[in-house]
Write a protein that binds this ligand. Structure first.
Ligand SMILES: Cc1cc2nc3c(=O)[nH]c(=O)nc-3n(C[C@H](O)[C@H](O)[C@H](O)COP(=O)(O)OP(=O)(O)OC[C@H]3O[C@@H](n4cnc5c(N)ncnc54)[C@H](O)[C@@H]3O)c2cc1C
Length: 460
């Protein structure tokens, strides 16, 4: 059975975002979901009241950057968490912060930076809410950190019956480990307590290695280097075979950028123009490799918080009216790296995919979390691609995405869930065999009405 067909049925023909405020439009503009009601949440009591009053299906919306309707369900109530964004507790000596779930990383950084502290683990951009990030169990470029769940000390959650409880590794640990990476399917997370790190200066260095040498090179030069904080390696069209590696390591050298944090709300005009040229002009894709690597090869020393506070607006194209930009991610056990990378390169060359780049990262295993995507040490491959809006273009993207998922599964790997829901039911269950245990817990605690397009599409 092709469950991806169900996802396609929700796609807008010639997608555009409707103006109706109850229509939750996807960040890609490829699909939208009409809610019956959206409730703005400002505190835990608002969540309790909303769950009591509304007896139908309920979805939770954070920053709404997921790409497959994971924050919405047709005809349901959406709890919009973005206004519940205060600081609950801050212990600078112990390096712990407790925040409300709708706070964005960038707002937390404004609080942490004057105290010389930094978020321990987060995505490459700071625009996401902490609640949304924990609910997908996000990761970043951090060397050795793995998913964000490892830096979460405790959660306050509201269960579907309105009970407010505290969950941690010691208390209500099943709920804690199921809610992290649980895509709003267990409870509404209202507060999150996080371990923090020190803010310090970091220096960029770059290298080029062959794809075959990369895993060994990474182990020796990056994983074994205690000063390496951030690392990724980019592959570019059309061969995707020669990683350009960028590492940020702790340093005492003088800053080349004095700003402490990346200011929000920049127009990013130059970046948008460059991106347009790269994706629209003939030969533009090849420009990306050359131009980006030239920029990244220049020396830079910045604050860790500066590099961690980038805005997703930097990636936003000038328009999504004719085409859009989408992400996919695959997690592949270390031992299968080379075979997967070679076969991925062949697949991406054999069919028009619009891939702009593939970014490689590494994550140690994290088996505690129920819906874990890193069940062993993995390399991840993040694919960023341009996609047309027509139904034909959407069907084509769904097809090659399913081929990529098959490739990942044949290498004992898995795929990331916050993106488009193209996987078939069978692919989903092979990638996430833990889903049946997760679903049993949902039923036990009466959480089936906490749902969204992800949980309604894949029946366990
Ligand atoms: C440009 C771009 C770059 C990205 N880069 C990365 C990256 O580097 N690393 C990475 O791991 N991911 C990355 N992502 C994916 C991103 O981490 C997820 O889409 C994440 O969900 C975004 O956070 P959000 O606040 O927008 O969450 P939303 O999209 O709003 O929500 C995501 C899920 O969490 C649930 N949820 C939200 N808040 C709560 C809550 N308080 N309680 C319970 N459930 C809740 C929602 O119901 C939904 O199922 C990227 C996405 C984009 C668009």
């Amino acid at each position: 059975m092709i469950a991806g067909g169900a996802a396609l049925a929700q796609l807008n023909a010639e997608a555009k975002c409707p103006a109706d405020p109850l229509e939750v439009c996807n960040v890609t503009h490829l699909s939208s979901v009409k809610m019956a009601e959206i409730a703005e949440i400002r505190g835990t009591d608002d969540v309790r009241r909303a769950l009591k009053k509304w007896q139908g299906p309920v979805s939770v919306g954070g920053g709404r950057f997921s790409m497959g309707g994971q924050t919405a369900i047709h005809g349901g109530l959406q709890l919009d968490m973005r206004a519940m964004n205060g600081l609950v507790k801050f212990d600078t000596a112990k390096r712990i912060a407790r925040v409300q779930a709708g706070m964005r990383w960038r707002d937390l950084q404004t609080i942490l930076d004057p105290q010389g502290l930094a978020v321990q683990t987060m995505q490459s951009y700071a625009s996401f809410t902490v609640g949304g990030s924990v609910s997908v169990n996000c990761h970043g470029r951090y060397v050795g950190h793995g998913p964000v769940g490892r830096s979460v000390r405790a959660l306050q959650m509201v269960l579907p019956d309105g009970e407010v409880l505290e969950a941690s590794r010691q208390t209500n640990s099943e709920l804690f480990h199921a809610a992290i990476g649980g895509y709003g399917g267990i409870g509404v997370i209202t507060e999150i307590e996080l371990d923090l790190d020190e803010n310090f200066r970091i220096e960029r260095s770059t290298s080029r290695v062959s794809i075959e040498d990369y895993p060994g090179w990474f182990r020796e030069k990056i994983q074994a280097n205690p000063n390496a904080l951030l690392h990724n390696a980019d592959l570019f069209p059309d061969r995707f075979d020669y990683p350009h590696c960028v590492t940020w390591s702790r340093t005492d050298r003088p800053l080349t950028v004095h700003e402490r944090l990346t200011p929000p709300g920049r127009p990013y005009t130059k970046e948008k123009l460059f991106f347009w040229a790269m994706t629209e002009l003939p030969g533009g894709a090849l420009l990306r490799g050359k131009a980006a690597t030239a920029i990244e090869d220049s020396p830079a020393v910045v604050w860790r918080n500066h590099e961690a506070s980038l805005d997703v607006a930097q990636l936003e194209p000038a328009s999504r009216d004719f085409s859009t930009y989408v992400l996919q991610e695959y997690f592949i056990p270390e031992r299968h790296f080379t075979s997967f990378a070679r076969k991925m390169s062949s697949l991406l060359q054999s069919t028009p995919t619009g891939v702009v780049n593939v970014s490689i990262r590494h994550s140690p295993a994290d088996r505690a979390v129920w819906m874990a995507w890193a069940r062993q040490d993995v390399f991840s491959f993040v694919i960023y691609y341009k996609q047309g809006l027509s139904v034909h273009a959407q069907r084509h993207a769904a097809q090659w995405t399913r081929s990529m998922i098959d490739l990942a599964l044949s290498h004992e790997g898995t795929y990331y869930l916050p993106y488009q829901l193209h996987a078939t039911q069978e692919q989903f269950l092979r990638a996430y065999p833990q889903a049946s245990r997760f679903n049993k817990l949902r039923q036990q605690i009466g959480a089936s009405r906490l749902t969204n397009t992800l949980w309604s599409q894949y029946q366990v």
